[in-house]
Design a protein around this ligand. Structure first.
Ligand SMILES: Cc1cc2nc3c(=O)[nH]c(=O)nc-3n(C[C@H](O)[C@H](O)[C@H](O)COP(=O)(O)OP(=O)(O)OC[C@H]3O[C@@H](n4cnc5c(N)ncnc54)[C@H](O)[C@@H]3O)c2cc1C
Length: 408
């Protein structure tokens, strides 16, 4: 991709056209797209190199299409482990197989691969931002121990723990506190040279276990496990899982060893408690929120990256060019991003899927008991039809696409 216009002189009193605070996936992708379009961008993150933190580790489905569309899929595929089939299992029996390209990658490697694509028009500043000020003409970013950065537009891509939004009067509404728990750890085969499958999803067996699913997949030269659970974080099972992951998984998912093979857990179990939050009162002069800073996602629903890619694409390809074409950066301009129907539909889908995964896993009312039964039976039947008539199975799948396909 080439710059669409040459560098313009900076407006009086600003150091850069666009300041982006937060160089995780959202901020880095936004900086790359805006930089490639010829804007002068300053990207600020407290980490010169993103540390090994537990976030998304599997990229699939619409995320791949979106990365391809913005010209960054090759960078992902060069850094990630590609695999094309996931065997989906429930109660020790194969439910179906997901045949599609997936990429396994640790989040720090993903951010590093994307940061390597930052064009020269992007200045990267390593530092902790202590305060931000926003207005209809000029934005100011204060960085500890470094000169302030001033810009025409401020993008906050500061993730879940974002507090800087408070400086500009933006609130956060809890949609669902402690909505889900996610665990991540590495495994290796025990008593065999390889596992039975490259990638496997094992669904929870009983509602009382609160397990949505356990994924095994290749990433960073190891087999990675991600476990998605709807339980209270204070539940003794949670502590036991952290202390004795292998024993607890074998006890809770009795068919696991037979379908995947014996395994050892080879590192510490990482865990993450997710609150689903949405920013409020965000139509403000000069500042826009993207990615988790705007809305967080349920990891089990696998929509965090789809959401942030929609934010980045719509912001950088549609809205920023319109905003920068005329003087000022008043709230009325910024509002067009939050009112964007494609963004709103994606955000809504993220919330819907978060509820869907939780209810499918743990709701015990009659409606959800029936829905759970239909959901898994339907998948099993389609898998059987697939064996003798893949085209008929594909037609049936197309009639009503199961929501679960978004994650596996
Ligand atoms: C355990 C877990 C599993 C997940 N699994 C999936 C999945 O399977 N599929 C999926 O699609 N999504 C998943 N997600 C969601 C996905 O990881 C996130 O939506 C995505 O990483 C958000 O990226 P971001 O850039 O918005 O935020 P982050 O990656 O958190 O980046 C925020 C950045 O802001 C910087 N920052 C913050 N404050 C300051 C400051 N004051 N000064 C300077 N820098 C600052 C931080 O250093 C950080 O680099 C998962 C999330 C978690 C937690």
């Amino acid at each position: 991709m080439t710059a669409e216009h040459s560098l313009r002189p900076l407006p009086t009193g600003t150091d850069t056209e666009i300041a982006i605070v937060g160089g995780g996936l959202s901020g880095t992708l936004a900086a790359t797209l805006l930089g490639r379009s010829g804007y002068r961008v300053t990207l600020i993150d407290r980490h010169p190199v993103f540390p090994r933190e537990f976030r998304v580790e599997k990229i699939a489905g619409d995320q791949i299409d979106k990365l391809r569309r913005i010209g960054l899929l090759d960078s992902l595929s060069a850094a990630a482990a590609a695999f094309d089939e996931i065997v989906n299992v429930r109660k020790g029996r194969v439910l179906d197989r997901t045949r599609a390209r997936h990429y396994g990658i640790f989040y720090d490697d993903l951010v590093a691969a994307m940061r390597a694509e930052l064009p020269e028009t992007v200045r990267f500043v390593a530092g902790r931002v202590s305060a931000v000020e926003a207005g209809s003409e000029r934005q100011r970013v204060s960085i500890i121990g470094q000169p302030d950065v001033t810009a025409r537009l401020l993008v906050l891509a500061t993730g879940m723990g974002d507090i800087l939004r408070r400086d500009v009067g933006i609130e956060r509404r809890f949609v669902h506190q402690r909505q889900s728990l996610t665990f991540g750890f590495n495994v290796r085969p025990a008593g065999a040279s390889a596992f039975k499958h490259t990638a496997l999803t094992y669904y929870g067996e009983r509602v009382s276990d609160g397990i949505d699913y356990l994924n095994f997949f290749p990433a960073g030269g190891v087999t990675r496990a991600n476990l998605f659970v709807f339980r209270e974080h204070t539940d003794p099972w949670v502590k036991a899982l952290r202390d004795r992951p292998r024993e607890m998984l074998i006890e809770t998912l009795p068919g696991l060893l037979d379908t995947f093979g014996n395994f050892e857990v080879i590192d510490r179990v990482s865990s993450w408690l997710t609150d689903i939050t949405v920013a409020e009162n965000c139509k403000r002069d000069g500042v826009v929120l993207i990615g988790d800073a705007y809305q967080t996602s349920c990891p089990a629903a696998g929509t965090g990256v789809s959401r942030l890619l929609t934010d980045v694409e719509r912001l950088c390809m549609v809205h920023v060019p319109q905003w920068m074409a005329s003087p000022g950066m008043a709230a009325a301009k910024i509002a067009t991003f939050y009112d964007d129907p494609m963004k709103q539909a994606m955000d809504e889908r993220g919330l819907e899927l978060a509820n869907f995964r939780r209810s499918l896993t743990i709701d015990t009312d009659l409606r959800w008991r029936a829905r759970r039964q239909v959901h898994f039976s339907r998948r099993r039947i389609l898998h059987e039809i697939d064996k003798f008539s893949p085209s008929f199975a594909a037609r049936l799948r197309g009639l009503k696409r199961p929501q679960v396909e978004a994650v596996t």
